[in-house]
Design a binder for this molecule. Structure first.
Ligand code: PGA
Length: 251
């Protein structure tokens, strides 16, 4: 199983179609020589097709920011796995903390989405992470272990191989307050331990675990030096082509 690092950009609710086109025009030449990691960009639904066309033939893959588990039907506002594949996505983020905080996402809905994505061969980037109150209350490890166990419930050993986990402490997202590499690596170790308890050591060792939360060009290198950190999920700093390219080229 490949353990290539992944640097993924989560654009959240930013960028029009024209802005997406402009981003790729500037970004692709900057990363054309990169082969040490996989590069993923997650635009909004309306820009997925544009991003996929722009990235065709490059090393950049396109991800959605969310997905619904049903195949089709009367589910106003939702988008299915096959629709995302059709738009050119290879990945989807699932269970981002903003979905959990503002849109009622639960471990159970995360799990349904993960299983639907796997069934359709869309690669899930499953987000977990504790809030500040949970960390201050000494509950961080317990919360994250629960999110991993429940979010990945019912999966088999072979289901785990495409799974990417992103540890994003909520207190570090968009706050400029990055977790120290030690804090991040410690939780990555806990996540790996949890996976190991359920699916065994080799599966845990092969699972890629990304860190997210105020990743910037000036802190990526230190984070990536930690053995347990297999990449990054980048929000704000992925919106600017030069800054995202600098993160991708962390070596
Ligand atoms: P940030 O966002 O890099 O802006 O903190 C990370 C994320 O939410 O994925």
């Amino acid at each position: 199983m490949s353990k290539r690092p992944i640097i993924a950009g989560n654009w959240k609710m930013f960028k029009t179609v024209a802005e997406t086109r402009a981003f790729f025009n500037e970004f692709l030449p900057l990363v054309s020589g990169v082969s040490h990691c996989e590069i993923v960009v997650a635009p909004t639904f309306t820009s997925l097709g544009t991003a996929a066309s722009a990235a065709a033939g490059s090393r950049v893959a396109v991800s959605a920011q969310d997905v619904y588990w049903e195949k089709e039907g009367a589910f106003t506002g939702e988008i299915s796995v096959s629709m995302l594949l059709d738009a050119g996505c290879a990945y989807t983020i699932i269970g981002h903390s903003e979905r959990r905080q503002f849109f009622g996402e639960t471990d159970e809905t995360v799990n349904r989405k993960v299983r639907a994505a796997l069934a359709g061969r869309l690669q899930p980037i499953v987000c977990v992470g504790e809030t500040l109150a949970e960390r201050d209350g000494g509950k961080a490890v317990e919360v994250v272990r629960r999110q991993v166990r429940n979010g990945l419930a019912q999966l088999t050993e072979s289901d785990l191989s495409p799974i990417i986990v992103a540890y994003e402490p909520v207190w570090a997202i968009g706050t400029g307050r990055t977790a120290t590499p030690e804090t991040a690596a410690e939780m990555h170790g806990e996540i790996r331990k949890t996976i190991g308890e359920i699916w065994g050591g080799p599966v845990a060792a092969a699972t890629r675990i990304l860190y997210g939360g105020s990743v910037k060009p000036n802190n990526i290198q230190e984070l990536m030096r930690r053995e347990d950190i297999d990449g990054a999920l980048v929000g704000g700093a992925s919106l600017d082509p030069a800054s995202f390219a600098a993160i991708v080229k962390y070596l």
